[in-house]
Design a protein around this ligand. Sequence first.
Ligand code: WQD
Length: 326
Amino acid sequence: MKIAVIGGAGYIGSHVARELLDFGHEVFVYDNLSSGLRQNLFAEASFAHGDILDVQKLDDFFESVKPEGIVHLAALKAAGESMLLPEKYSVHNITGSLNILNAASKHGVKYIVFSSSAAVYGSPKYLPMDEKHPTEPENYYGYTKLAIEQYLEWYGKLKGIKYAALRYFNAAGYDIKGRISGLEQNPANLIPIVMEAAAGKRAFVSVFGNDYETEDGTGVRDYIHVNDLARGHRMAFDKLQNGAESFVVNLGVNSGNSVLEVIKATERISGKKIDCRITGRRAGDAAVVLANPALAKEFLGWQAECSDLDTLLSTTWKVYLELIRK
Ligand code: WQD
Protein backbone atom coordinates (compact mmCIF):
# COMPACT_ATOMS: atom_id res chain seq x y z
CA MET A 1 0.00 0.00 0.00
CA LYS A 2 1.10 3.60 -0.54
CA ILE A 3 1.35 4.96 2.99
CA ALA A 4 2.15 8.52 4.10
CA VAL A 5 3.81 8.55 7.52
CA ILE A 6 3.22 12.00 8.96
CA GLY A 7 5.77 12.52 11.71
CA GLY A 8 7.83 9.70 10.23
CA ALA A 9 11.21 11.19 11.21
CA GLY A 10 10.39 11.03 14.91
CA TYR A 11 11.24 8.38 17.44
CA ILE A 12 8.11 6.25 17.01
CA GLY A 13 7.42 7.35 13.42
CA SER A 14 10.80 6.14 12.18
CA HIS A 15 10.23 2.70 13.70
CA VAL A 16 6.79 2.58 12.07
CA ALA A 17 8.24 3.62 8.70
CA ARG A 18 10.90 0.89 9.02
CA GLU A 19 8.28 -1.77 9.81
CA LEU A 20 6.07 -0.75 6.88
CA LEU A 21 9.06 -0.79 4.50
CA ASP A 22 10.08 -4.23 5.79
CA PHE A 23 6.63 -5.50 4.86
CA GLY A 24 6.70 -4.15 1.33
CA HIS A 25 4.69 -0.97 1.71
CA GLU A 26 5.62 2.19 -0.20
CA VAL A 27 6.43 4.82 2.42
CA PHE A 28 6.30 8.61 2.09
CA VAL A 29 7.44 10.54 5.14
CA TYR A 30 6.13 14.07 5.86
CA ASP A 31 7.80 15.76 8.83
CA ASN A 32 8.73 19.30 9.90
CA LEU A 33 11.86 18.03 11.68
CA SER A 34 10.97 19.98 14.83
CA SER A 35 11.72 16.92 16.91
CA GLY A 36 12.23 14.43 14.08
CA LEU A 37 15.71 13.88 12.68
CA ARG A 38 17.11 13.41 9.18
CA GLN A 39 19.17 10.62 10.68
CA ASN A 40 15.91 8.68 11.21
CA LEU A 41 15.00 8.66 7.50
CA PHE A 42 15.51 5.66 5.21
CA ALA A 43 16.76 5.71 1.64
CA GLU A 44 13.83 3.52 0.50
CA ALA A 45 11.24 6.01 1.74
CA SER A 46 10.67 9.35 0.09
CA PHE A 47 10.76 12.42 2.33
CA ALA A 48 8.92 15.75 2.21
CA HIS A 49 9.93 18.47 4.66
CA GLY A 50 6.73 20.18 5.70
CA ASP A 51 4.55 21.23 8.58
CA ILE A 52 1.01 20.01 9.23
CA LEU A 53 0.04 23.64 9.82
CA ASP A 54 1.07 24.50 6.25
CA VAL A 55 -2.19 23.62 4.50
CA GLN A 56 -0.83 24.30 1.01
CA LYS A 57 2.24 22.14 1.45
CA LEU A 58 0.16 19.36 2.97
CA ASP A 59 -2.22 19.54 0.03
CA ASP A 60 0.69 19.44 -2.47
CA PHE A 61 2.09 16.42 -0.64
CA PHE A 62 -1.20 14.51 -0.77
CA GLU A 63 -1.70 15.55 -4.41
CA SER A 64 1.70 14.24 -5.48
CA VAL A 65 1.74 11.05 -3.36
CA LYS A 66 -1.94 10.06 -3.51
CA PRO A 67 -1.61 7.78 -0.49
CA GLU A 68 -4.15 5.07 0.18
CA GLY A 69 -3.30 5.07 3.87
CA ILE A 70 -1.72 7.43 6.36
CA VAL A 71 -0.17 7.05 9.77
CA HIS A 72 -0.54 10.24 11.80
CA LEU A 73 2.08 10.66 14.51
CA ALA A 74 2.85 14.35 14.17
CA ALA A 75 2.19 15.90 17.57
CA LEU A 76 3.59 17.61 20.60
CA LYS A 77 3.68 15.15 23.48
CA ALA A 78 4.89 16.73 26.70
CA ALA A 79 1.97 16.33 29.09
CA GLY A 80 3.37 18.84 31.62
CA GLU A 81 4.00 21.52 28.99
CA SER A 82 0.47 21.08 27.62
CA MET A 83 -0.93 22.31 30.97
CA LEU A 84 1.11 25.51 30.73
CA LEU A 85 0.77 26.15 27.00
CA PRO A 86 -2.62 24.73 25.96
CA GLU A 87 -2.84 27.13 22.99
CA LYS A 88 0.28 25.58 21.48
CA TYR A 89 -1.19 22.08 21.87
CA SER A 90 -4.52 23.21 20.40
CA VAL A 91 -2.81 24.52 17.29
CA HIS A 92 -0.25 21.78 16.69
CA ASN A 93 -2.26 18.77 17.77
CA ILE A 94 -5.87 19.70 17.05
CA THR A 95 -5.64 22.18 14.14
CA GLY A 96 -2.80 20.15 12.64
CA SER A 97 -4.86 16.96 12.79
CA LEU A 98 -7.87 18.67 11.23
CA ASN A 99 -5.63 19.85 8.40
CA ILE A 100 -4.55 16.25 7.87
CA LEU A 101 -8.13 14.98 7.99
CA ASN A 102 -9.26 17.60 5.47
CA ALA A 103 -6.40 16.75 3.11
CA ALA A 104 -7.10 13.02 3.56
CA SER A 105 -10.76 13.56 2.79
CA LYS A 106 -10.03 15.74 -0.26
CA HIS A 107 -7.52 13.28 -1.69
CA GLY A 108 -9.48 10.08 -1.14
CA VAL A 109 -7.40 8.48 1.63
CA LYS A 110 -9.05 5.21 2.67
CA TYR A 111 -7.30 4.35 5.93
CA ILE A 112 -5.82 6.33 8.83
CA VAL A 113 -3.81 4.82 11.66
CA PHE A 114 -3.62 7.35 14.48
CA SER A 115 -1.09 7.62 17.25
CA SER A 116 -3.29 7.99 20.33
CA SER A 117 -2.32 7.58 23.94
CA ALA A 118 -3.22 6.01 27.26
CA ALA A 119 -3.32 9.65 28.41
CA VAL A 120 -6.94 9.71 27.10
CA TYR A 121 -7.98 7.62 30.14
CA GLY A 122 -6.70 9.90 32.89
CA SER A 123 -5.93 8.35 36.25
CA PRO A 124 -6.85 4.67 36.44
CA LYS A 125 -10.19 3.79 37.98
CA TYR A 126 -9.29 0.11 37.69
CA LEU A 127 -6.32 -1.92 36.49
CA PRO A 128 -5.39 -3.08 33.96
CA MET A 129 -7.20 -0.50 31.84
CA ASP A 130 -9.17 -1.78 28.88
CA GLU A 131 -10.66 0.33 26.08
CA LYS A 132 -13.96 0.67 27.98
CA HIS A 133 -12.23 2.51 30.82
CA PRO A 134 -13.73 6.03 31.15
CA THR A 135 -11.88 8.65 29.11
CA GLU A 136 -11.25 11.57 31.45
CA PRO A 137 -7.84 12.96 30.49
CA GLU A 138 -6.04 14.79 33.27
CA ASN A 139 -3.75 16.80 31.07
CA TYR A 140 -4.46 18.88 28.00
CA TYR A 141 -2.18 16.71 25.86
CA GLY A 142 -4.41 13.70 26.62
CA TYR A 143 -7.47 15.78 25.84
CA THR A 144 -6.08 16.68 22.38
CA LYS A 145 -5.62 12.97 21.62
CA LEU A 146 -9.19 12.22 22.71
CA ALA A 147 -10.54 15.12 20.64
CA ILE A 148 -8.70 13.84 17.56
CA GLU A 149 -10.16 10.35 18.12
CA GLN A 150 -13.60 12.01 18.05
CA TYR A 151 -12.82 13.92 14.82
CA LEU A 152 -11.72 10.63 13.30
CA GLU A 153 -15.04 9.10 14.28
CA TRP A 154 -16.94 11.93 12.57
CA TYR A 155 -14.84 11.85 9.41
CA GLY A 156 -15.30 8.09 9.43
CA LYS A 157 -19.08 8.51 9.51
CA LEU A 158 -19.30 11.42 7.11
CA LYS A 159 -16.51 10.71 4.66
CA GLY A 160 -16.14 6.94 4.88
CA ILE A 161 -12.49 7.06 5.97
CA LYS A 162 -11.66 4.00 8.08
CA TYR A 163 -9.37 4.49 11.04
CA ALA A 164 -7.56 2.74 13.83
CA ALA A 165 -6.74 4.75 16.97
CA LEU A 166 -3.87 3.07 18.79
CA ARG A 167 -3.66 4.01 22.45
CA TYR A 168 0.01 3.65 23.32
CA PHE A 169 1.16 3.06 26.86
CA ASN A 170 4.81 3.95 27.66
CA ALA A 171 6.79 3.58 24.43
CA ALA A 172 10.45 2.71 24.96
CA GLY A 173 13.41 0.82 23.44
CA TYR A 174 15.12 1.10 20.06
CA ASP A 175 15.07 -1.01 16.92
CA ILE A 176 16.21 -4.55 17.77
CA LYS A 177 18.25 -4.65 14.56
CA GLY A 178 19.96 -1.34 15.42
CA ARG A 179 18.79 0.51 12.30
CA ILE A 180 17.57 3.62 14.13
CA SER A 181 19.85 5.78 16.21
CA GLY A 182 18.35 9.25 16.52
CA LEU A 183 18.28 10.42 20.12
CA GLU A 184 15.43 12.55 21.41
CA GLN A 185 16.62 16.00 22.43
CA ASN A 186 15.66 17.19 25.96
CA PRO A 187 13.70 14.04 26.81
CA ALA A 188 11.01 14.24 29.49
CA ASN A 189 10.41 10.50 29.89
CA LEU A 190 12.02 8.24 32.45
CA ILE A 191 14.01 5.81 30.30
CA PRO A 192 15.87 8.38 28.14
CA ILE A 193 16.57 10.41 31.30
CA VAL A 194 18.04 7.34 33.03
CA MET A 195 20.09 6.57 29.92
CA GLU A 196 21.48 10.12 29.80
CA ALA A 197 22.53 9.74 33.44
CA ALA A 198 24.24 6.42 32.70
CA ALA A 199 26.00 7.96 29.70
CA GLY A 200 27.28 10.85 31.84
CA LYS A 201 25.21 13.47 30.04
CA ARG A 202 23.16 14.20 33.15
CA ALA A 203 24.35 14.33 36.76
CA PHE A 204 21.45 12.50 38.39
CA VAL A 205 17.92 11.17 38.00
CA SER A 206 15.12 12.64 40.11
CA VAL A 207 12.81 9.90 41.35
CA PHE A 208 9.36 11.47 41.58
CA GLY A 209 8.18 9.99 44.86
CA ASN A 210 8.93 6.76 46.74
CA ASP A 211 5.80 6.69 48.89
CA TYR A 212 3.34 5.22 46.39
CA GLU A 213 1.48 2.02 47.20
CA THR A 214 3.75 -0.11 45.07
CA GLU A 215 6.30 -2.73 46.03
CA ASP A 216 9.24 -0.32 46.25
CA GLY A 217 7.18 2.86 46.61
CA THR A 218 8.01 4.24 43.14
CA GLY A 219 5.68 4.60 40.14
CA VAL A 220 4.96 1.57 37.97
CA ARG A 221 4.39 1.86 34.20
CA ASP A 222 3.62 -0.43 31.30
CA TYR A 223 6.65 -0.07 29.00
CA ILE A 224 6.14 -1.29 25.46
CA HIS A 225 8.97 -1.79 22.97
CA VAL A 226 8.75 0.52 19.98
CA ASN A 227 9.21 -2.44 17.57
CA ASP A 228 6.11 -4.05 19.12
CA LEU A 229 4.33 -0.74 18.79
CA ALA A 230 5.38 -0.39 15.15
CA ARG A 231 4.14 -3.91 14.39
CA GLY A 232 0.75 -2.87 15.81
CA HIS A 233 0.51 -0.12 13.16
CA ARG A 234 1.30 -2.51 10.33
CA MET A 235 -1.26 -5.01 11.63
CA ALA A 236 -3.86 -2.24 11.97
CA PHE A 237 -3.50 -1.47 8.25
CA ASP A 238 -3.82 -5.17 7.41
CA LYS A 239 -7.01 -5.36 9.46
CA LEU A 240 -8.58 -2.27 7.87
CA GLN A 241 -7.57 -3.38 4.39
CA ASN A 242 -9.19 -6.76 5.05
CA GLY A 243 -12.52 -5.05 5.62
CA ALA A 244 -12.67 -4.39 9.37
CA GLU A 245 -14.64 -1.44 10.67
CA SER A 246 -12.77 1.39 12.39
CA PHE A 247 -11.45 0.52 15.82
CA VAL A 248 -9.74 1.81 18.96
CA VAL A 249 -7.22 -0.43 20.69
CA ASN A 250 -4.68 -0.34 23.49
CA LEU A 251 -1.08 -1.16 22.74
CA GLY A 252 0.53 -2.16 26.02
CA VAL A 253 1.72 -5.27 27.76
CA ASN A 254 0.06 -5.50 31.20
CA SER A 255 3.40 -5.92 32.86
CA GLY A 256 4.75 -3.13 34.99
CA ASN A 257 8.15 -1.87 36.02
CA SER A 258 8.89 0.62 38.75
CA VAL A 259 11.19 3.62 38.49
CA LEU A 260 13.76 1.94 40.72
CA GLU A 261 13.60 -1.29 38.69
CA VAL A 262 14.35 0.71 35.55
CA ILE A 263 17.29 2.46 37.23
CA LYS A 264 18.78 -0.74 38.70
CA ALA A 265 18.42 -2.69 35.47
CA THR A 266 20.06 0.17 33.55
CA GLU A 267 22.98 0.15 36.00
CA ARG A 268 23.41 -3.59 35.42
CA ILE A 269 23.15 -3.37 31.62
CA SER A 270 25.38 -0.32 31.23
CA GLY A 271 27.84 -1.11 34.01
CA LYS A 272 27.50 2.52 35.13
CA LYS A 273 26.46 3.85 38.51
CA ILE A 274 23.42 6.14 38.39
CA ASP A 275 22.98 8.80 41.04
CA CYS A 276 19.29 9.04 41.90
CA ARG A 277 17.63 11.51 44.22
CA ILE A 278 14.19 11.05 45.67
CA THR A 279 12.09 14.17 45.21
CA GLY A 280 8.40 14.85 45.78
CA ARG A 281 5.70 13.33 43.60
CA ARG A 282 5.11 14.87 40.18
CA ALA A 283 1.63 16.41 39.91
CA GLY A 284 -0.85 14.25 38.04
CA ASP A 285 1.18 11.01 38.27
CA ALA A 286 -0.66 7.77 39.09
CA ALA A 287 1.01 5.08 41.22
CA VAL A 288 0.46 2.34 38.65
CA VAL A 289 -0.62 2.40 35.00
CA LEU A 290 -1.20 -0.90 33.22
CA ALA A 291 -2.84 -1.77 29.89
CA ASN A 292 -5.25 -4.56 29.26
CA PRO A 293 -4.09 -5.65 25.80
CA ALA A 294 -6.72 -8.42 25.37
CA LEU A 295 -8.48 -6.66 22.49
CA ALA A 296 -5.23 -6.17 20.56
CA LYS A 297 -4.64 -9.91 20.88
CA GLU A 298 -8.16 -11.05 19.98
CA PHE A 299 -8.93 -8.52 17.28
CA LEU A 300 -5.54 -7.83 15.71
CA GLY A 301 -3.70 -11.00 16.64
CA TRP A 302 -1.05 -8.70 18.14
CA GLN A 303 1.03 -9.41 21.17
CA ALA A 304 4.22 -7.99 22.56
CA GLU A 305 7.34 -9.92 21.58
CA CYS A 306 10.22 -7.82 22.79
CA SER A 307 8.84 -5.64 25.56
CA ASP A 308 10.70 -7.30 28.45
CA LEU A 309 12.70 -4.81 30.51
CA ASP A 310 16.12 -6.14 29.48
CA THR A 311 15.37 -5.84 25.75
CA LEU A 312 13.84 -2.39 26.23
CA LEU A 313 16.88 -1.14 28.09
CA SER A 314 19.66 -2.94 26.23
CA THR A 315 18.45 -1.76 22.80
CA THR A 316 18.27 1.78 24.19
CA TRP A 317 21.65 1.61 25.88
CA LYS A 318 23.28 0.56 22.60
CA VAL A 319 22.13 3.83 21.06
CA TYR A 320 23.07 5.95 24.09
CA LEU A 321 26.57 4.47 24.13
CA GLU A 322 27.22 6.72 21.15
CA LEU A 323 26.97 9.69 23.54
CA ILE A 324 29.97 8.35 25.41
CA ARG A 325 31.94 7.67 22.24
CA LYS A 326 31.40 11.22 20.94
C1 WQD B 1 7.35 7.22 34.00
C2 WQD B 1 7.53 7.04 35.51
C3 WQD B 1 7.31 9.11 36.72
C4 WQD B 1 10.84 11.04 34.94
C5 WQD B 1 4.09 10.02 29.78
C6 WQD B 1 2.88 10.78 29.29
C7 WQD B 1 1.92 9.82 28.65
C8 WQD B 1 2.61 8.96 27.58
C9 WQD B 1 3.88 8.38 28.05
C10 WQD B 1 2.43 9.71 25.29
C11 WQD B 1 6.53 7.84 36.35
C12 WQD B 1 8.71 8.59 36.82
C13 WQD B 1 9.83 10.14 35.28
C14 WQD B 1 11.80 11.36 35.92
C15 WQD B 1 10.72 9.87 37.47
N1 WQD B 1 2.98 9.74 26.43
N2 WQD B 1 9.77 9.57 36.52
N3 WQD B 1 11.72 10.75 37.16
O1 WQD B 1 4.27 10.00 32.92
O2 WQD B 1 3.94 7.50 32.63
O3 WQD B 1 3.67 9.02 30.72
O4 WQD B 1 4.69 9.37 28.67
O5 WQD B 1 1.36 9.46 24.94
O6 WQD B 1 0.90 10.56 28.14
O7 WQD B 1 2.27 11.44 30.38
O8 WQD B 1 5.93 8.62 31.57
O9 WQD B 1 8.35 8.48 31.39
O10 WQD B 1 7.33 10.62 32.25
O11 WQD B 1 7.29 8.60 33.70
O12 WQD B 1 10.67 9.36 38.60
O13 WQD B 1 12.73 12.18 35.72
O14 WQD B 1 8.82 7.59 35.85
O15 WQD B 1 6.87 9.68 37.92
O16 WQD B 1 6.27 7.07 37.50
P1 WQD B 1 4.40 8.82 32.08
P2 WQD B 1 7.28 9.15 32.16
